[in-house]
Design a protein around this ligand. Structure first.
Ligand SMILES: NC(=O)c1ccc[n+]([C@@H]2O[C@H](COP(=O)([O-])OP(=O)(O)OC[C@H]3O[C@@H](n4cnc5c(N)ncnc54)[C@H](OP(=O)(O)O)[C@@H]3O)[C@@H](O)[C@H]2O)c1
Length: 278
C-alpha cells in the first residue's frame, strides 16, 4: 500500500510516518511542496504520486488564535480539506482525515459517540467541522478519526508545557472543570495504521483510555508525579483561567466503535504517558 501523509512536519505526522513506513511505502511532502489550500497543487501531487490512501495530518491548530484568524482557519481546515476530498474522490483514493473533540459543545454528561450532534463553540471547532462536512458531501470511501488532547515528541503540547513550568515554578494552577482523554500521538499513529487496513469506512473516535475522562488538573498531577518533581498542582476553574476560545466542559470520546471495527483496544492513558516521559 502506498500512503501519502500531509502536514509532514507536524506533531502527529512526525510519529505517524515512521510507523507507517514499517510496512508501507510512504510519501510525506512538507507544506512547501503540498499546500492543501492550493487545489491545483493538491491535484498534481496526488496525480504524480498515485497513493492508495491519503492521511491528512495538515491543519490549522492554533485554537485561541483562530478566534481572530477565522478565515485562515476555515481556509485550511475547511477548504483545504475540500481540495483533498475532491482530488481523492476524482482519483479513487481513500482518505483518512484527523478531526477533533472540539466539534462538540461539551454539554453532554457522558462520552460522545460518533453519532452525537456536533455543535462547535469555538472557531477552530467550526473550521474542523467544515472539513468533516466537505468529506461527507464529496466522498464515499473515507475514515474520519476524531481524537483529543494530543501530545507527542515533535510538537508543542500540554505535557511539554507542564514539564517546562515545573522547572520554573514551585506551584502551578491547572483547570479542573474540563474533562477529556489525553492521546499520545504514538497510540493514534497505530490506530490510523490499523483503521486504513480495514475498509470499514466512517467516522470514528479514538483516544487513549480513561474511565469517563480526566481533567487537565488530573493530567498535570500525573505528569508531575511521573517526572518526580515536587511542584504543587493547584486546581482552578475555567473562569479563573480565561482564554480567547471557549472549551467544551466534557469532550470525552466513546471509542467503542473504533475497537469493534479494528479489534484494537486503546491503551491506558497512564501507560501512554509513561512511554512519552520515558
Ligand atoms: N493537537 C491536539 O491536541 C489535537 C487534538 C485533536 C485533534 N487534533 C487534530 O490532529 C491533527 C494533527 O494535529 P497536530 O497536533 O499534529 O498539528 P500540528 O503539529 O499543528 O501539525 C499540522 C501541520 O499542518 C501544517 N499545515 C498548516 N497549514 C497547511 C497547509 N495549508 N498545507 C499543508 N500543511 C499545512 C502545519 O505546518 P506549519 O506548522 O508550518 O503551519 C503543521 O506542520 C490535526 O488535524 C488536528 O486538528 C489535534
Amino acid at each position: 500500500m502506498r500512503i501519502l501523509v500531509t502536514g509532514a512536519r507536524g506533531m502527529l505526522a512526525s510519529n505517524l510516518v515512521p510507523i507507517l513506513r514499517e510496512d508501507c511505502e510512504v510519501v510525506a511532502p512538507a507544506e512547501d511542496d503540498l499546500d492543501i489550500t492550493r487545489r491545483d497543487i493538491v491535484f498534481s501531487v496526488l496525480e504524480g504520486t498515485s497513493p492508495d490512501v491519503v492521511v491528512n495530518c495538515a491543519a490549522y491548530t492554533l485554537v485561541d488564535k483562530a478566534e481572530e484568524e477565522r478565515n485562515k482557519a476555515l481556509l485550511i481546515n475547511g477548504l483545504g480539506v475540500q481540495n483533498i476530498a475532491l482530488a481523492c474522490q476524482d482519483k479513487g483514493i481513500r482518505l483518512c482525515h484527523i478531526s477533533t473533540d472540539y466539534v462538540f459543545d461539551g454539554t453532554k454528561s457522558r462520552p460522545y459517540t460518533p453519532f452525537d450532534n456536533t455543535n462547535p463553540i469555538n472557531v477552530y471547532g467550526e473550521s474542523k467541522l467544515a472539513g468533516e462536512r466537505y468529506i461527507e458531501w464529496i466522498m464515499n470511501r473515507f475514515y474520519i478519526i476524531r481524537t483529543s488532547w494530543l501530545y507527542g515528541k515533535a510538537g508543542n503540547n500540554f505535557v511539554a508545557t507542564i514539564l517546562r513550568l515545573v522547572k520554573e515554578k514551585p506551584e502551578i494552577r491547572v483547570v479542573r472543570d474540563q474533562r477529556g482523554s489525553p492521546t499520545n500521538t504514538v497510540s493514534l499513529s497505530h490506530a490510523i495504521k490499523k483503521i486504513i487496513s480495514t475498509g470499514a469506512y466512517g467516522i470514528y473516535h479514538f483516544t487513549d483510555k480513561t474511565e469517563d475522562g480526566i481533567s487537565w488538573f488530573d493530567f498535570a498531577e500525573e505528569v508531575v508525579r511521573m517526572s518526580g518533581c515536587k511542584t504543587k498542582v493547584i486546581p482552578i476553574t475555567t473562569a479563573e483561567f480565561p482564554r480567547p476560545a471557549r472549551r467544551p466542559k466534557n469532550s470525552v470520546l466513546d471509542t467503542a466503535l473504533f475497537s469493534l471495527a479494528t479489534g484494537l483496544e486503546p491503551r491506558d492513558w497512564k501507560e501512554a504517558l509513561k512511554e512519552y516521559l520515558g
